[in-house]
Design a protein around this ligand. Structure first.
Ligand code: DON
Length: 566
């Protein structure tokens, strides 16, 4: 009886398009792992049409802006790392920048009502978006299919609509985001029609967003940064008192960076430098080497202790030395200075947790960001992490244009030298300045074995991004785990301050926790509404061309391959 009921329920759900997407897939000819199935399918469609990983990645990114409004975006920014089958690398920074009129006291100087503007809510929260310029540049550098072709799935999904999933409906209903989305009538009409979250199983069409995407299709990046869309962005900003002007849009440019590379576990890791957090990954890898890799091999408390101590030290450096390298104070070299790192590794006591000195801290960030990974039939890979910062950014669409604004300004040290809204203090090096990029924790990465692109992955998760990426790296390269085991394994996080090991809820046994407490660590479940640590979308490609795609089992993403293995 119970089984019959379950079967009926499954049938009903699949009629509504709720058949769960595969979270692990193996096959050949290319693969995509992403947070949302329609967007992942857009990537597979490009690969089947003869596109390469870059074409597929651009299609996935634009499709996510339609089907994954939590974090997929054209109103935000992110980082792209790719390496084709011949070893050509592209490290692309399409991070947002502060508008030209943003000054360091933007979030401390009281406005007209005697209150300083918010860096998370309302118009001042948004940086100048980078996504469209970044995707345009990546496509021009690497794409094989036409721009029009790679934009087509996103436009189709926006015009014709797609079936609303439980996941999307539920995320809109989370009180914090619901309240933000409800505050602006135009945004509310899109995501809360009739005052209620989009209904699972209903078709969600976004004509205004489709028009914006069509302008981008027809005029490339200029379709967003100049002309009608730019004018409407400026008008919308003026209406709500925001700072972003046509001038800000016209001078925005994504930046090609020199990829940051370092060895780990027999592989060469390829990631992004500042203002991304690749340097944090590099420091953790070098510290692990100095501590001794065998000591980190287990999943026991002794290994966790070393890893927590390594993470703590890497984050201490991040908070002091990382920011936009175009501005003063950034010291990226310290993250790869081996003599220095050797000295730092020597400060780790095998038997005792070190105390963070506090006051050099990172907030615990809330959702959301999204990552996806793509591999093509030839073995070229792309890993992209992109974000609006919070889920749904600042919760407002640009009037008439249907895209959501980011609230990335909160990634600056909004009040250098003073505690921010989380009671924490961040570095001067990441203070607000006109045209400056805010520091990011994002660090999508590729692991190269020999000359083969063996793995690509990345995650969302705010400050936990570098530690999540590093823990998967330990899983596959040090512990020899298969990719889905490394992705699914419990994760923990230590970011110097607050001085505690944050662990995923119900994933660690009492003895493990107790052993770390005896070493002097504070161990606490992460208390962001039970949010797990990280959400990895990963791809592996073996020497014989077999591909595996893995969507983190913590969520409802999709792992798809071009041709399934039998
Ligand atoms: O760039 C950053 O570091 C943040 N804006 C990322 C935020 C994030 O990952 C939240 N997602 N869960």
């Amino acid at each position: 009886m119970r089984r019959a009921f379950a079967a009926a329920l499954l049938l009903l759900l699949s009629c509504h398009g709720f058949a769960a997407a595969p979270q692990v897939a193996r096959g050949r000819g290319g693969a995509v792992a992403a947070a949302e199935e329609n967007a992942a399918r857009a990537g597979i469609e490009m690969l089947k049409r003869g596109g390469n990983a870059a074409d597929a990645a651009v299609a996935v990114a634009f499709a996510l802006a339609v089907t994954w409004p939590e974090a997929g975006n054209i109103g935000g920014g992110g980082f792209w790392i790719s390496r084709d089958a011949r070893g050509k690398t592209l490290a692309l920074d399409f991070r947002e920048v502060a508008p030209r009129t943003a000054r360091r006291d933007l979030f401390t100087r009281p406005g007209p009502g005697g209150v300083a503007p918010s860096s998370t809510e309302g118009p001042f929260a948004s940086g100048v978006p980078g996504s469209v310029d970044g995707l345009w540049r990546a496509h021009r550098a690497l794409g094989r299919l036409s721009w029009k072709t790679v934009l087509a799935p996103a436009i189709r999904l926006a015009r014709q609509g797609f079936v609303v999933s439980e996941t999307l409906s539920r995320s809109i209903a989370i009180p914090k985001y619901r309240k933000r989305l409800a505050a602006d009538p135009e945004t509310a009409a899109i995501f809360l029609p009739g005052g209620e979250p989009l209904v699972p199983g209903s078709t969600f069409r976004q004509p205004a967003l489709a028009r914006t995407l069509e302008a981008i299709r027809d005029r490339g990046a200029d379709g967003f940064y100049r002309g009608r869309v730019a004018r409407e962005i400026e008008t919308g900003q003026k209406k709500v008192g925001g700072l972003i002007t046509r001038g800000d849009l016209a001078i925005y440019t994504s930046k090609i960076r020199r990829a940051l590379q370092f060895p780990f576990g027999g592989a060469q890791i390829v990631t992004l430098p500042a203002p991304a957090s690749g340097p944090v990954l590099a420091e953790m890898a070098y510290l692990a080497g100095f501590v001794g890799l065998p000591k980190l091999k287990g999943r026991d408390p002794a290994s966790a202790h070393y890893l927590a101590e390594i993470e703590k030290r890497a984050f201490l450096d991040r908070n002091r030395f990382l920011g936009d390298p175009a501005f003063g104070g950034v010291r990226e070299k310290v993250f790869t200075d081996l003599a220095r790192l050797k000295r730092i590794a020597a400060t780790i006591d095998p038997n005792r947790a070190s105390r963070s000195e506090g006051l050099r801290a990172l907030p615990e960030e809330a959702p959301s960001t999204t990552h996806f990974s793509v591999v093509d039939g030839a073995g070229g890979v792309v890993a992209v992490t992109t974000t609006l910062n919070d889920w749904y950014g600042n919760g407002r669409v640009a009037p008439g244009l249907g895209f959501l604004w980011n609230n990335e300004m909160d990634d600056f040290a909004t009040t250098p030298g003073k505690p921010n809204t989380y009671g924490l203090i961040q570095g001067e090096v990441n203070a607000v300045a006109p045209g400056k990029r805010m520091l990011s924790a994002m660090c999508p990465m590729i692991a190269v074995l020999g000359n083969r692109n063996a793995y690509a992955w990345g995650t969302r998760g705010g400050s936990t991004i570098p530690t999540s990426n590093f823990q998967v790296l330990l899983g596959v390269l040090l512990r020899g785990e298969i990719l889905e085991a490394a992705v699914g394994a419990p994760r923990f996080h230590q970011q110097d301050f607050p001085d505690k090991i944050q662990i995923e809820r119900n994933r660690f046994d009492a003895n493990w926790i107790e052993a770390l407490r005896r070493l002097g660590h504070t161990v606490a479940e992460r208390d962001l509404d039970g949010d797990p640590i990280g959400e990895i979308y990963a791809i592996a490609r073996s020497a014989d061309g077999t591909v595996s795609a893995v969507a983190d089992p913590r969520r409802t993403g999709a792992a798809l391959v071009v041709t399934e293995a039998r």
